[in-house]
Design a protein around this ligand. Structure first.
Ligand code: GAP
Length: 512
């Protein structure tokens, strides 16, 4: 199965087993908006809990809040989102399709670079062991031509974006002869900036002053509450405020399933530090967050840092943790050193002091902030695409199994009566009643037992407990492990201990 097939299979698996549905599917769906089904909601909740516990419960100097989605509109003026949270858009006049101008250009550059790489691959195959790739890149005329061309477009494009030269962005599209993938024509409109925030009206009058926004990031809810939390929680610097919640962006190029959505969930933490110590904390959080990702056990090559060379106006350092999705390495989490920019902006716009009195230094200052920001839906996709396996078993039969870390599995244990009669379903229900206070447990009696095992493998259930005639005689059951498929007979009273040792969230928390 290649990566493209894997991605397709993950998407259809999500639908077939109740993880993710297209939003409002009966009305043909709403683009880039998705609903989480009965399995997806559980898995998402477990991932969120894991993040929350590892951030809040495991750090005594981090607390969590739950700020509202709606915020005073000046918040977004202060944060810069009203003026600068834009994408440059262009329409094709023939197909009437709208594109992100930057994406059209970046894809064009990627195509040229791919041609250079193809030449290099061909030469590698031709020359074998003696091939000197560095020299070839520097001297082969065709490769040089491609690489120089891509570089020229890139630097022209960067300059245009940095200086907001929208006519120049359009000219690059014309000069590169980029065509609309639908109409095939080069009949382009002007390029316009398009703000990504969704707006709506508060109250009954539709005046400008009543315009409010659906938050495009959860972070601002933390910034505006920083002093409330610091004072009421008697927090001493360095300390953090964590939050999970929905964010909304009117993404124009929304594809790759739940990777880029218009409504998504973020898990963010702002860490408030003494000015001058921010780089130390930035490095601390970079390493801590990478270790957290590695606790999922996906192997060493699945994550990498991508340090930003070009920084946003508010940052003095920024790095992404990228994950190798089925469509390549892409941003999963951002770690940003945001200086005192946001708090100072809120001071300026609100007229309220947002200073911290540092009793050790005997001085007041606006703290610096190091932020960790991860998309819950992206992490969900990373986990699922890593977990999805199609296996051929020893007897030649096939199974699909979700190798999700046990503590994250939507259902921890399925209690299955061997047959649907003779008191076995009732005995199974007794076991469910014993476990349900601590774990999400399921029971089902329809279909042959083998079919029920397969169904539970496909949703990632770590254990299947089978209740058979022997259970009625001596209170023993068989317990089947999802990964090894091995079964052993145990006493009913042993089940709880096995679950505590393997499916409790603490198992995962101890790894990070
Ligand atoms: N407060 C900083 C912030 O919002 P960001 O890089 O724009 O930074 C942080 O977003 C994370 O949110 C990303 O790393 C990504 O995981 C997730 N994210 C951003 N836009 C998204 C979208 N349209 N759909 C799904 N997840 C998204």
């Amino acid at each position: 199965m290649n990566q493209e097939e894997l991605f397709k299979n993950v998407i259809s698996h999500c639908k077939e087993y109740g993880f993710i549905f297209q939003s409002s599917e009966i009305y043909d769906g709403l683009s880039a908006v998705y609903d989480y089904g009965q399995m997806g909601a559980e898995l998402k909740k477990n991932i969120r809990d894991f993040w929350w516990k590892s951030m809040v419960q495991m750090h005594q100097n981090i607390v969590g809040i739950d700020a509202a989605i709606f915020m005073h509109p000046t918040t977004w003026k202060a944060s810069g989102h009203v003026d600068a949270f834009n994408d440059p858009l262009i329409d094709n006049k023939d197909s009437k399709k709208r594109y992100r101008a930057d994406v059209l250009i970046e894809e064009h550059i990627a195509k040229i670079n791919a041609k250079a790489e193809k030449e290099i691959e061909k030469a590698k195959a031709r020359f074998g062991e003696t091939f000197d790739e560095v020299l070839y890149r520097q001297t082969n005329p065709r490769v040089l031509e491609y690489l120089n061309k891509a570089n020229d477009i890139e630097s022209r494009f960067k300059n245009a974006l940095e200086n907001n030269l929208l006519d120049e962005v359009r000219q690059i599209i014309i000069d590169c002869e980029i065509v609309c993938p639908i109409s095939g024509s080069k009949n382009w409109t002007e390029v316009r900036q398009f703000n990504l925030m969704f707006s709506t009206q508060i109250g009954s009058l539709s005046e400008d002053s009543n315009t409010i926004y659906l938050r495009p990031e959860t972070a601002q809810g933390i910034f505006v509450n920083y002093l409330n939390v610091q004072k009421t929680g008697r927090m001493k610097i360095p300390f953090g405020i964590a939050q999970t919640g929905k964010a909304f962006r009117n993404e124009i190029v929304a594809r790759q399933f739940i990777f880029r959505m218009r409504e998504f969930e973020q898990m963010e933490m702002q860490f408030f530090v003494r000015p001058g110590t921010e780089m130390e904390w930035y490095n601390y959080w970079k390493n801590t967050r990478m270790k957290w990702h590695q606790a999922f056990g996906f192997g060493d090559n699945k994550h990498k840092f991508h340090d930003h060379l070009k920084l946003a106006h508010y940052a003095n350092a920024a790095s992404d943790i990228e994950f190798n999705f089925p469509f390549g390495f892409k941003e999963l989490e951002g770690i940003h050193s945001r200086t005192d920019y946001d708090l100072k902006q809120h001071e300026n716009h609100s007229g309220k002091k947002l200073q911290y009195f540092d009793s050790e230094l005997n001085e007041s200052y606006v703290p610096y902030v190091v932020e960790t920001s991860i998309g819950l839906d992206r992490l969900f996709l990373a986990i699922l695409s890593e977990a999805y396996q199609e296996e051929t078993l020893e007897d030649g039969s096939q199974r699909v199994v979700l190798n999700i870390a046990f503590p994250l599995a939507p259902i921890k244990v399925a209690v299955l009566p061997l047959v649907n009669k003779d008191g076995l379903p009732e005995k199974a229900q007794e076991i469910v009643d014993l476990l349900k206070y601590d774990y999400n447990v399921a029971t089902e009696s329809k279909d042959a037992i083998g079919k029920r095992y397969r169904r539970n493998d496909a949703i990632g259930t770590p254990y299947c407990i089978t209740v058979d005639y022997e259970t009625l005689e001596n209170n023993t059951v068989t317990i089947r492990n999802r990964d090894t498929m091995k079964q052993e007979r145990i006493q009913i009273v042993q089940i709880n201990q096995i679950l505590r040792d393997t499916v409790d969230m603490s198992v995962l928390l101890k790894k990070c």
